[in-house]
Write a new protein. Structure first.
Length: 63
């Protein structure tokens, strides 16, 4: 079973360096501008997204 968790961060680049140092594996196929997806061997994933990306999602929901 897969598990996904998404977290807003101020700096995706800085958070990517930190999470890579913790041993998480970056999944470039699921990452893009302003986002980074990490996966563990157990099928757990977490996505880092810029706060700007989250703000635009909320704005779209309000429209």
């Amino acid at each position: 079973m897969s598990f996904f968790l998404t977290c807003p961060v101020e700096s995706v680049e800085r958070a990517t360096v930190f999470d890579t140092a913790l041993g998480w594996t970056l999944n470039p196929e699921m990452s893009g501008p302003g986002t980074a997806c990490f996966a563990s061997e157990s099928g757990q994933h977490f996505m880092l997204g810029s706060r700007e990306a989250y703000a635009s999602v909320g704005a779209a929901a309000d429209a």
